[in-house]
Design a protein around this ligand. Structure first.
Ligand code: HEM
Length: 485
């Protein structure tokens, strides 16, 4: 009897650590070991250093620990640098359900983002973004659609038009906020951004159609964070329904335009996309126009709202920057005397350009950018296996003191010099660099003009903590008290 229980104790004492070992190394054994042991070519199966985590969960607990619990997101990479060193700027891991390679150095990020032949942008749910939209197409189709979209929203003649179109709503919003006296900026910035999107995308005026669209886009955006399970009751199912209905609203508008007189043409994105011809004289199909409008709303809505929210936040924290901005904008306001500021005026505002860049750098709206390896890829002696995700850790580049002096300090003066090559990826890089980057900058600059010449504001909770998921923002979403100067 005694020997039997002794046997059990021995088994248990041996089995528990063994099981623990297997669980701890599960993903490394499952994904990394076969690659390391089966690829016999010289140096062939060498994977970047790292740890791939527990079954199913991978390294998500560590990721959430740093991003959600400690709220020190950059220490996720710092902890790895301490353990594995810098190496070639790559680690292996398992995040968001996939075996992954993290790229955290400027050169590794450049290698991935500029190498469309080996890495592609894979959407878990192409049906949500639309299969013919710019973000979903590749190769020559991507080049073609991209050049048309950029002409419609990101080039000087489009920006000149949009600069005028967005101002009535920005001016009205600021007025209303001052009347309210106390507002939550993220919420309000979303309203004004969406009203402007409605205007310069499809000439929609505020009203029921726009409110319906706003609700539909909220539902659609929720779907991007949900498991892609299309079953009634799931967030993903709802998102698909919302997408269908939102497309329906734009389709109706498109049909109306086709039937109406050419003299009624509106100078907005929809008209641009309907009329433009590519190099071969070919126009976009109806589905392409609609897919692209919907995905552009998704790409521009939250990102621009967050940038506006951060503009208020940083300027409230840095009165000396606000003062210098006023010095730049008050003379312009006097000169234009109640007229709208133009795109050309904005391009002459050198200090504003630096402030906008610094807001966008520190806001880190797109902290990470995903790619998938199309094939086995070699980088500086390491293998990036086919099918693995590559997580380009843009945020880390912008918050690393090796790239930006005193990186967490809001300092527009740093833009007196260009950033070190490869260290600035707020808008991504390579052929998929943000198609609305100039538009986003312009909208923030226009807001700054009207804000600094006409208003004073204070943070209600200057010491509010930060959340980092899904985007960095103060927990109070920037509550301010605001009044006219
Ligand atoms: C501050 C605001 C913005 C930030 C930080 C931002 C950031 C980014 C980033 C990082 C990418 C690259 C994604 C990747 O490579 O996977 C991207 C792509 C894109 N962005 Fe933006 N964006 C902003 C505003 C906008 C606006 C206002 C629009 C248009 C209305 C827009 C449209 C797009 C499109 C269409 C793409 C895909 C380009 C392609 O695949 O060729 N973005 N953006």
């Amino acid at each position: 009897m005694e020997t039997e229980s002794g046997l059990w104790v021995t088994l248990l004492v041996g089995a528990v650590p063994f099981l623990g070992f297997i669980l701890w190394w599960w993903n490394d054994l499952r994904y990394a070991l076969p690659i390391i042991s089966l690829d016999r070519s010289p140096g062939g199966g060498k994977l970047p250093p790292g740890y791939m985590g527990l079954p199913f969960l991978g390294e998500m607990p560590a990721f959430l620990w740093y991003f959600k619990f400690l709220r020190r997101p950059d220490d996720y990479i710092n902890s790895k640098r301490l353990r594995y060193g810098d190496g070639e700027g790559l680690y292996r891991t398992h995040l968001f359900g996939s075996p992954s390679i993290i790229a955290f150095s400027p050169s590794a990020n450049k290698f991935v983002l500029q190498n469309e032949a080996s890495f592609f942008l894979e959407w878990p749910s192409v049906e949500l973004v639309g299969s013919t939209s710019l973000v979903a197409v590749e190769g020559s189709s991507h080049t073609r659609v991209r050049s048309l979209v950029i002409r419609a929203i990101n080039q000087p003649d489009a920006l000149c038009r949009i600069a005028i179109m967005v101002q009535p709503r920005i001016i009205a919003a600021l007025n209303l906020w001052a009347q309210k006296g106390r507002i939550t900026l993220y919420k309000e910035a979303k309203k004004v951004t969406f009203a402007n999107i409605g205007k310069y995308f499809a000439s929609f005026e505020p009203g029921t159609v726009l409110d319906t669209l706003d609700d539909l886009f909220k539902g659609l955006t929720d779907g991007f964070r949900a498991q892609p399970i299309n079953f009634p009751g799931t967030a993903y199912h709802r998102a698909l329904q919302c997408r269908k209905k939102a497309t329906g609203v734009f389709r109706e508008e498109m049909e109306r335009r086709k039937e109406s007189d050419a003299s009624n043409a509106k100078h907005d994105l929809m008209e641009g996309l309907m009329q433009m011809k590519d190099e071969d004289g070919k126009q976009l199909s109806d589905v392409e126009v609609l897919d692209n409008i919907v995905s552009l709303v998704v790409a521009g809505y939250t990102s621009t709202s967050l940038a506006i929210m951060w503009a208020f936040y940083y300027l409230a924290k840095c009165p000396h920057v606000l003062e210098r901005l006023r010095e730049e904008h008050v003379p312009i306001a006097k000169r234009i005397n109640g007229e709208f500021i133009t795109y050309k005026d904005i391009t002459t505002c050198k200090y504003t350009t630096k402030v906008v860049e610094e807001i966008i750098r520190l806001a880190n709206i797109a902290s990470i950018i995903f790619r998938t390896a199309k094939e086995d890829v070699k980088y500086k002696g390491y293998k990036i296996p086919k099918g693995w995700k590559v997580v380009c850790w843009a945020r880390y580049l912008h918050t690393n003191p090796e790239n930006f002096d005193d990186p967490m300090c809001f300092n527009p003066e740093r833009w007196n010099e260009p950033p070190k090559p490869g260290t600035y990826l707020v808008f991504g890089g390579g052929t998929r660099i943000c198609a609305g980057n100039m538009l986003a900058r312009l909208q923030v600059a226009i807001l700054l003009h009207h804000l600094v010449v006409g208003y004073r504001w204070k943070l209600v909770n200057p010491d509010a903590g930060m959340t980092y998921l899904p985007h960095p923002k103060p927990v109070d979403e920037v509550e301010v008290s605001i009044s006219k100067l």
